[in-house]
Design a protein around this ligand. Sequence first.
Ligand code: FAD
Length: 410
Amino acid sequence: MTEKSTGKSEHQRVYWLRDAEQQFPSLDRNLTCDIIIIGGGITGTAAAYWMRQAGARVVVLEEELVASGASGRNGGFLLTGTVEHYARAVALIGREKTRRLFAFTVDNIRLMKDFIREHQVGCDLDETGSLHAAISTEEDAELKESVALMQADGFSVEYRNETEIADLTRSSLFKGGLFTPADAGVHPARLVSGMARAARDRDALIFENTPVTQIIHDDYDSVTVETPKGRVSGYLLLLGTNAYSQLMDDFFTDKILPVRGHAMVTSPIPQKLWEPVIYANFGYEYFRQLPDGRVLMGGMRESVPGGDAQHFNELPDERVTTKLSAYLKDNFSDLKKFTVDYEWAGIMGFSRDGIPMLGSLPGKSNIFAAGGYTGHGMGFGFSMGRLAAQVMLDGENTNMDLFSLRRLVK
Ligand SMILES: Cc1cc2nc3c(=O)[nH]c(=O)nc-3n(C[C@H](O)[C@H](O)[C@H](O)COP(=O)(O)OP(=O)(O)OC[C@H]3O[C@@H](n4cnc5c(N)ncnc54)[C@H](O)[C@@H]3O)c2cc1C
């Protein structure tokens, strides 16, 4: 197995991880279980939660801390949909498939909200919706068409015109927008830690600071993984390693691409700026105000050559973080003065067609993977964990035509 060539930025630089501490032990013995899960992000912890609900004996192995990968480094936007606006997705993959993919994310957000309430997870759930903001008349037309298609397909969305969006965003930058009332913002690291704790409370075994160094695929119903101080054997294995999956198995080299994303958080801003979380310019720029008044701004990876470098180094590129703070200063009169208190990068996993994937590896029918969310893992992950549990434990195949990773085999 290839080593992560990492360069993980210190957690203190990541707003969500600044107080992160080890919550679960490290593995120091040999274990057997039903299902081994590699990765303690939203995919791995959600899958563990749902698999325990179904009664399977589960072991989760996380190389660093729970949520220290992309799951604790993102914007905390819970958005309906994929990386494409609805109208564009319809043009690319057809109406019915688009409708089902978007419906999957609506269901995911509803399930997450229920989970947060049921388990009283203190993750600052902000239920003020999301605003997709158009920066050109072309994007505005695409959003207008998306609203019409989505309403016809039963989604609850509303169009906002140029005057309304200027009011909502406190900026004259945008031409129009699509408002989704059910979308939300969260503290992503606390949410994912809450999932891990809920799984642990149902007797899942979770280990931090426990890197998997080797996967030994014994045969069709047996798999063993090596870690520095113990090995784990099980019947089935789930890779919840998203961007890092190609380091676990070469199969993913041309299927889940590591793409570096950036974010920063300002000093607290005294006045209330925006209600919904805002996702602009096809998602290349996104921003929100946090409960303590600070502004989180992310994106702009395409703004400098190599800004989205496709490697595993989580150190931020200063050229990109400089652009993020300039964006706020240039476009919002309320944001002329602030300091940048946190800035970081994280590694996203992009699939070749922008659609997430779930399934077993060709020739290794008991090794499964879920990932390739293309920057939208918070919008898919909890339900994807549930689907992984259903597929792996019950052979369920509803929705597997959407996500099957075999679609990417040439
Ligand atoms: C800057 C940024 C902003 C984003 N904003 C949003 C957003 O607002 N909304 C949204 O929906 N999505 C967003 N995303 C994407 C989202 O964060 C991801 O899609 C999601 O977190 C993926 O979750 P995951 O659990 O599959 O992967 P990860 O969270 O990356 O988890 C994979 C885990 O596997 C572990 N691992 C890797 N190798 C090994 C090994 N050998 N042994 C043990 N463990 C291993 C890693 O340490 C890691 O913790 C953003 C991403 C970034 C980087």
